[in-house]
Design a protein around this ligand. Structure first.
Ligand code: ADP
Ligand code: MG
Length: 374
């Protein structure tokens, strides 16, 4: 008689989904303590945590191979794995006894396109770990941990909006975020009821010098705040703009401040219009935001401007670059019936310019991070 081994119970797994995002309006205002109005995509990253095994193992459907480690050593693993293992390292650093586990991630957010695949990844892992380890992280701790992964472990100086919306978005709404208090409030954003659609054009334009340019804009804003004697550019109101221009003197800082101050104002105006149910009326604010990014903040590139212009010519009520700039995605607010034509016009324009063919897809506001049944 052969001894029968008792069947091993399948390792319990926990799965969480966190979305990428589109920023409807409010660009480069987050690190100035200002306002942003992003919404979550229906696209996201799923993180599956299986406790057990040896060490901490990370795998991704979007990367080859697995990364296994037993120590908190960001420099010893490939870049992508720092996003996955970062939350574990920070928890261990804070004295949490983190057991061995495997974490697998799988995302349908395009990587590096300005739709925040990185926050989707980090927030999905944080949400899954919170559940799997019964950490009881509140909303604030989840946010702080997710931000710290990108800022301190990966070393990306992001302003915090991406993680905030990925964690707290509400389906059918944009999320008005005050980046000083980190208070958020959902704002109804019902495209369908308005007979409208929002198209995202991924220009696939190569990001040019994006890290250096981002750091330069950020430093410029900080310098301007110092010159103006305010804690952050959030504290310069639209009414103070003329005086601020005089005090700054220098053209570069004047442009940066004008962008941030007027952009904050546009976010507030957009929120008011959406709360009043007038989705179509936000179009001109989106387009004005783009002009400000292009002319004052100088963060656009020819492919992006061409996509915005083509969308407007094809009947968009408004269009703008979304995300940090220097490439990435453009959004357009369109009558539903005009979407296909608009994408054709943009594609044609890119062909004429000799650029890579862009991709276009529709988005609607989805929910924030949540645990999903296995
Ligand atoms: P964005 O957030 O706009 O997509 P980032 O440069 O901030 O661009 O983040 C992209 C990086 O995040 C990728 O280069 C990769 O390192 C990491 N990443 C995002 N999603 C995944 C994934 N599913 N698997 C592995 N790495 C990912
Ligand atoms: Mg990112």
């Amino acid at each position: 008689m052969t001894a029968q081994s008792s069947p091993q119970p399948a390792p319990a797994s926990t799965r969480a989904l966190a979305p990428g995002r589109v920023n409807l309006i409010g660009e480069h205002t987050d690190y100035n303590d200002g306002f942003v109005l992003p919404f979550a995509l229906g696209l996201g990253c799923t993180a599956t945590v299986v406790l057990g095994g040896e060490g901490w193992v990370a795998t991704s459907a979007q990367q080859d191979g697995e990364v296994a480690t037993t120590t908190c050593a960001p420099s010893a693993v490939p870049g992508w794995a720092t996003y996955v293992l970062g939350p574990i390292w920070l928890l261990a650093d804070r004295g949490v006894d983190v057991p061995p586990m495997r974490i697998h991630v799988d995302s349908n957010v395009p990587l590096g396109a300005g739709l925040s695949s990185s926050a989707a990844l980090v927030c999905s892992v944080v949400t899954a770990l919170d559940e799997a380890l019964s950490l009881g992280l509140g909303a604030e701790e989840s946010l702080a941990l997710s931000r710290a992964v990108e800022n301190d472990v990966v070393g990306a100086p992001t302003g915090g909006m991406d993680q905030l919306v990925s964690l707290r978005a509400v389906e059918g709404h944009a999320l008005f975020c005050d980046m000083r208090s980190l208070e958020t409030s959902p704002v109804p954003f019902d495209l369908e009821a308005a007979g409208l659609a929002m198209v995202v054009i991924d220009t696939r334009a190569p990001h040019r010098h994006v890290d250096g340019e981002y750091a330069e804009r950020r430093a410029g804003c900080e310098e301007a705040a110092r010159v103006l004697g305010v804690p952050a550019l959030r504290d310069v109101g639209a009414d103070d703009l003329d005086t601020a221009m005089e005090r700054l003197g220098e053209d570069r800082l004047q442009r940066y401040v004008r962008h941030v101050v007027t952009e904050n104002d546009r976010v507030l105006a957009t929120v008011d219009l959406l709360r009043g149910g007038d989705v179509a009326a936000i179009g001109p604010l989106l387009t004005a935001s783009h002009a400000s990014m292009r002319d004052d903040f100088a963060i656009s590139v020819p492919e992006v401007d061409a996509a915005v212009d083509a969308l407007l010519e094809a009947g968009a009520l408004g269009a703008r670059m979304t995300g940090g700039g220097f490439g990435g995605c453009v959004i357009g607010l369109l009558p539903r019936a005009g979407v296909e034509h608009a994408i054709e016009v943009v594609t044609q324009r890119f062909g004429d310019g000799g650029w890579q063919e862009p991709t276009g897809f529709l988005v609607t506001p989805g929910p924030g991070a949540h645990v999903v049944p296995d």
